[in-house]
Design a protein around this ligand. Structure first.
Ligand code: FES
Ligand SMILES: [Fe+2]
Length: 360
């Protein structure tokens, strides 16, 4: 499915951000992930739980039931399932067949996110969840902040590629975070063991007239280093380091500050996405006003991205025929195309593994 190859939708054997930690508690939370209906809650001890939201008796949503201790009771006929999904009570009879169960999904809580594994549970290895220090949510020199969740009415790979080609900042975000120099700056793209790393260097840039420049307290010309880390299929840490310009700055080399924006990209369906965003900074960490300023700037840019991506999704919905045939790309798309390929490879690896597992 465009922008991925025809027939490619999602990789399943991957961790996805399903919710903010504060969203999951003793109230039942229903959320669709990769097209599947799930219900989330916490046990009395606080451990997160994810189960298929369809009661296997007659498909009533379990999220409309209630918690009894760590178990969930369906609100239709009262079948009750423990936190591993095993049916433990059927009110109309004594005993429950051993095979009666609802599917449970592996979950893991890290930083302020609940991650879920939608594929083969035997392969769910939490060490593949991106490292908190690398993305600056577990780095003592940085202050991470939760942002929010946006219900994006567009397919997830559009958002992944939006975040991998930040030349769009010069146009789509020219009134808040993007200067003209970003689109023309040279870009490096490097494939690391766990992620794609992209960098841009914009020298002697003028930003102090933009909201981002004012919030950072930028004065005069600025050297801006933009970094993007993409952990396929759905986490990005993007951001900038701002320093007074070596060439023409008012205090050459002075570090104004660094910001990382965290973007969790989780498919809801083939054409809709949960967009979890947060941010982290290394400057004025005890300044609540700065937190609010950063939040407002990031939100203003996200609104612009959502508007653009939903307009593209609407265009794709109208289009007939093979979309990839009419796509053109430029040098600035290098990271997007590499990121697209990484997601395609994840999907293809699963398909090959499934083929091998087919009985002959
Ligand atoms: S549909 Fe859940 S108990 Fe009947
Ligand atoms: Fe954007």
């Amino acid at each position: 499915m465009y922008p991925l190859k025809d027939g490619h939708t999602f990789p399943y054997n991957q961790w996805y951000i399903a919710a903010w930690s504060h969203e999951v508690g003793r109230e039942l939370l229903e959320r669709r992930i990769l097209g599947e209906p799930l219900v989330f809650y916490r046990t009395e001890a606080g451990a997160p739980v994810a189960l298929d939201n369809r009661c296997p008796h007659r498909r009533y949503p379990l999220s409309r039931g209630r918690l009894i201790g760590d178990a969930i009771q369906c609100g239709y006929h009262g079948f009750t399932y423990d936190c591993a999904g095993k049916c433990v009570r059927i009110p109309s009879q004594d005993g429950v067949p051993d095979s009666y169960r609802v599917r449970g999904y592996p979950v893991h809580e890290a930083w302020q996110w609940i991650w879920v594994w939608m594929g083969d549970p035997a392969l769910a290895d939490v060490s593949s969840i991106p490292d908190g220090r690398t993305i600056r949510v577990a780095d003592p020199g940085w202050l991470p902040e939760a942002g929010g969740r946006v219900a994006l009415k567009a397919r997830y790979q559009l958002l992944n590629e939006n975040l991998l080609d930040l030349s769009h900042l010069s146009f789509l975000h020219s009134d808040n975070i993007g200067s003209a120099g970003i689109a023309t700056a040279p870009v490096t793209v490097e494939e690391k063991a766990t992620h794609l790393e992209v960098a841009r260097y914009i020298r002697s840039d003028r930003l102090d007239h933009l909201p981002v420049g004012k919030a950072f307290g930028l004065e005069g010309l600025t050297d801006r280093t933009m970094v993007q880390q993409f952990f396929p299929p759905g986490l990005h840490a993007t951001g900038s380091d701002f320093d007074s310009a070596q060439d023409g700055g008012i205090d050459p080399g002075r570090h104004f500050g660094s910001l990382r924006v965290l973007h969790g990209v989780t498919p809801e369906t083939t054409t809709s996405t949960h967009y979890f965003w947060g941010f982290s900074r290394d400057f004025r960490r005890d300044d609540a006003g700065m937190t609010t300023a950063m939040r407002n700037i990031i939100e203003s840019a996200i609104v612009q991205d959502i508007d653009a991506l939903e307009a593209i999704e609407a265009m794709l919905g109208e289009q007939k025929g093979e979309i990839v045939d009419v796509e053109i790309s430029a040098r600035a798309d290098t990271a997007s195309l590499r990121g697209r390929r990484l997601v395609e490879r994840q999907i293809e690896r699963e398909a090959r593994a499934a083929d091998r597992a087919e009985p002959c």
